[in-house]
Design a protein around this ligand. Structure first.
Ligand code: NAP
Length: 248
């Protein structure tokens, strides 16, 4: 029986690269996305070409009903979930704290934090040996911003990722005796369209001289780290973080 993976925000960027990496390793895949049907269908097609089962489910993971629906579709169409990659996240235009509104802060927190909690909740119900599951693994995609703070750009986003690190640490302990490992990755400066959402598509070019490895990272490089943490090669690793920020 193939393992079954859910990757949230898998129509583009790091999520898409992770879905393709896991499909090549033999997982059946659910790619989740919010609105970009064309991009999602491209990833779906690529995975089907690899000979894996794949479904694409449009669902806003900041919405509790949508998350419950997403997991029910996976139950029905693929089977019991083996691994979860909490990846979908957003960045809003660069702003200093003195200009932030409550509405914007709450959008960031709901999309980047509440969603990860909700997906963890539903995944645990399927994976936990306490719920007759076979165990599993979760990787939460955080950010180097959780360490660096996002000053002058997006402290709201950075703080949301700090919360994800705390979720990862706490949950790894909470479910360790239920057959579930929980780890995190902290990417930084990865070549995706997210930087355009922050209002600076060319941001990596501007900051790359400050990155010890001297360049931005590729989504596939983050995907490899995620796939490792999900794999049996990492069977004694839980509550850990891999830094993917070129040494920064
Ligand atoms: P991206 O290229 O902007 O892609 C974002 C993905 O998330 C898309 O698939 C998008 O779907 C989906 N999404 C957004 N909001 C959603 C929602 N409410 N419900 C469901 N799906 C939603 O992003 P990325 O750069 O690959 O980033 C992926 C993760 O890595 C994020 O958590 C981000 O914070 C983190 N990260 C990125 C970097 C970087 O440098 N790029 C650095 C550190 C951490 P649609 O296509 O339908 O819009």
């Amino acid at each position: 029986m193939s393992k079954i993976a859910l990757i949230t925000g898998a129509s583009r960027g790091i999520g898409a690269a992770t879905a393709i990496n896991l499909a090549a390793k033999g997982y059946d895949i659910c790619i989740n996305y919010k609105s970009n049907d064309v991009a999602a269908n491209k990833v779906l097609y690529e995975i089907q070409q690899l000979g894996r089962k794949c479904i694409a489910v449009k669902a806003d993971i900041s919405d509790e009903d949508d998350v419950v629906r997403l997991f029910k579709i996976i139950d029905e169409k693929l089977g019991r979930l083996s691994v979860l990659v909490n990846n979908a996240g957003i960045l809003l235009p660069q702003s200093r704290v003195e200009d932030l509104t409550a509405e914007r802060i709450n959008t960031i927190l709901t999309t980047n934090i509440t969603s990860y909690f909700l997906c963890c909740r539903e995944a645990i119900k399927r994976m936990s040996t306490k719920h007759a599951g076979k165990g599993g693994a979760i990787v939460n995609v955080s950010s180097a911003a959780a360490r660096l703070g996002g000053a002058n750009e997006y402290i709201d986003y950075a703080a949301s990722k700090g919360a994800i690190d705390t979720l990862t640490t706490g949950l790894s302990i909470e479910v360790a005796n239920q057959g579930i490992r929980v780890n995190g990755v902290r990417p930084g400066f990865i070549e995706t369209s997210m930087h355009a959402d922050g209002g600076e598509p060319d941001r990596i070019n501007r900051v790359k001289s400050s990155i010890p490895l001297g360049r931005g990272g590729q989504p596939a490089e983050v995907a490899s780290a995620i796939a490792y943490l999900l794999s049996d090669e990492a069977s004694y690793i839980t509550g850990s973080f891999l830094e993917l920020a070129g040494g920064k």
